[in-house]
Design a protein around this ligand. Sequence first.
Ligand code: KDG
Length: 334
Amino acid sequence: MKTVIATSLAAVLAVGVALPAHAQISERTITVSNGIAEDHPVGDGVEVMRQCMTDATDGAWELNAFWSSALGDDLQATQALRSGTQEMVVTSTSPITGIEPALGVFDLPFLFANAEEADAVLDGEFGQYISDMMPDSQLVNLAWWENGFRNLTNSVRPVETLADFEGLRVRVMQNNIFLDTFQTLGANATPMAFGEVFTALETRAIDAQENPFVTIDTSQFFEVQDYLSVTNHAYTPFMVLFSKPIFDTYSEEEQQILIDCAVEGRDVQRQASRELSEQSLQRVIDAGMAVNELSEEAMAEIREATAAVYDRHAEEIGEETVERMLATLEDIRN
Ligand code: KDG
């Protein structure tokens, strides 16, 4: 009798060990949202994630994307992740500094000189240092994507010098550092959610806004703005955030799939963002926008005027975070 039981037990264990390839994967429907239109390069990244998930789970996962702030603005969507009512959001760091103040480090004016620096910081130790902060806010950062270098548009005049900012009613992201930066430049800065910007520009409630070329193009700001001044005054990253309350219900294998697919999407999204950037600039010129670059002297004056923003916000961001960022950049540049 004991032999029969032992044999049966061995058979059961054998079957148990030879589990299906994806025994740790459940059927899931994942919702992701973003504030920009689907034809923005974020759409390219999300499509790569969708295909990656399908391949990795043999079709057990479905990724549903919502665009143009359909599920709320960045902050609202991020709060939904924290409460476990939405899985994922692709959001800029700037609108959510109220959740994690250290994210404000990316809003410091003229921080990055080029995209290569941004990638090196975000994909290196510093990016991980910031990502490691997010679980305390019930969020998991799967990967860093690209919003891009920001440039000023307006409906009043070309901005060619520091003095030209004076009195411009500029919409800024809901973020103290952007508010301070544009007030320091002499502009009349108004914090506003991204989804309200087009109408505010169209009704002349505001004169100006600032965003990367790709956003100016895909959000049709060229329809309501006459001038584009190439300031590159800040680089905004996107975070691919996932709800930690939901993430914690996933198996380790499923959690790794989320991370791997967000990283696969990152490389395609960044490439699409950079390839589209020059096309977008040409498109807004073709649509009638007057584009100007600023002289080195003018840019030097603007940089000098905004340098004090770093000291004014170091405590709010976290002295250690600012020091680590500046040390990281010094290492990259030397
Ligand atoms: O969800 C998209 C927003 O995060 C992005 O467009 C933010 O650059 C931004 C802005 O100006 O609000």
